[in-house]
Design a protein around this ligand. Structure first.
Ligand SMILES: Cc1cc2nc3c(=O)[nH]c(=O)nc-3n(C[C@H](O)[C@H](O)[C@H](O)COP(=O)(O)O)c2cc1C
Length: 287
């Protein structure tokens, strides 16, 4: 028996395509069958780091789960691993009906409004209660979402500049680089790589300038307990829930993962912030 109507299929498909994904690659496949939905990782078509692809699938899972709740389905969810099907990320089974909570409905409606804001934010502080809501939305086994304290901004700035420096000096990294410093400093300090693989640097900022820009924003560092796929999927679920909670509070956000994939940058950040686990993503939030 097929329990999915055409409109259910439409809602769930729209939900997954509106999830954030590395380079917008949408590295998932979605299958609705009988009373369950399966999300599998699409492999072998992208050179993005595997961690980013699996985290992206996790963000897709978060959106599918919210869509099913918004449709009034009671859900049981199994995350990988299934040794017989290594590409399987999650199975969500509809086991009954239930009224969606107001949070589910608000986050579901935030999906269509979420987009990456790769620019500086307005100089308006995010209220502590809103930050607390965002952090608690990210609470997931296997993942830590840590708010960067103001006096930790110099540590993050140093580590980001270390990463940029490694990229500049190692030709293996000189491709497809996000202009990451422009998230904080759109007027300058922009670094990118052109199509013939030459690094174009327009005044990479000094550490103090970047630290001051970071300090003026709300920044969360997402760290997974392990590098196992299951904790990467959970990281994706956590970051998407946090991001949608921010959008629901009329905030914008953007993700940075690229600098953390360069050499030992992530370990350095963990050490500087005294963070247990493996830093995977930086989420900037602001008005
Ligand atoms: C795992 C992951 C890593 C990402 N890394 C970066 C990054 O390093 N820099 C960046 O600007 N955007 C990054 N993004 C954001 C994606 O580029 C973005 O979600 C995608 O292009 C779709 O655009 P949208 O967020 O506006 O819908 C990342 C997203 C995910 C899920």
């Amino acid at each position: 028996m097929n329990s999915w109507s055409l409109s259910d299929i439409e809602v769930v498909s729209r939900a997954i395509v509106s999830a954030p994904s590395v380079h917008d690659t949408q590295p998932w496949d979605l299958r609705l069958d009988g009373t369950y939905v399966e999300i599998t990782e699409r492999r072998g078509f992208t050179d993005s780091p595997r961690a980013d692809r699996v985290i992206s699938c996790g963000a897709g899972v978060a959106n599918v789960e919210l869509a099913l709740r918004a449709l009034g389905r009671q859900i049981e969810m199994d995350l990988l691993p299934d040794p017989r099907r290594p590409e399987l990320v999650a199975t969500l089974r509809a086991v009954g009906t239930t009224s969606p909570s107001s949070t589910d409905l608000r986050l579901f409606s935030a999906m269509a409004r979420r987009r990456s804001h790769r620019e500086a934010f307005a100089d308006i502080p995010v209220p502590a209660a809103t930050i607390a809501d965002i952090v608690s939305a990210a609470e997931t086994t296997g993942v830590r979402a840590r708010l960067l304290a103001a006096d930790e901004a110099p540590a993050l700035a140093d580590v980001l500049l270390y990463s940029a420096d490694r990229v500049r000096h190692d030709p293996r990294h000189q491709r497809d680089l996000f202009p990451w410093t422009s998230h904080w400093l759109p007027q300058g300090g922009h670094e990118s790589v052109d199509t013939i693989h030459t690094v174009v640097t327009r005044g990479v900022p000094d550490s103090a300038r970047l630290a001051a820009a970071i300090e003026g924003e709300t920044v969360l560092v997402f760290a997974s307990d392990t590098q196992e796929s299951i904790d990467l999927v959970r990281t994706g679920i956590a970051v998407e829930r946090a991001w949608l909670t921010a959008v629901d509070a009329r905030l914008g956000a953007s993700i940075l993962s690229y600098p953390l994939r360069v050499d030992d940058t992530a370990q350095r950040l963990a050490r500087r912030l005294n963070l247990p686990g493996h830093p995977q993503l930086i989420l900037r939030i602001g008005y």
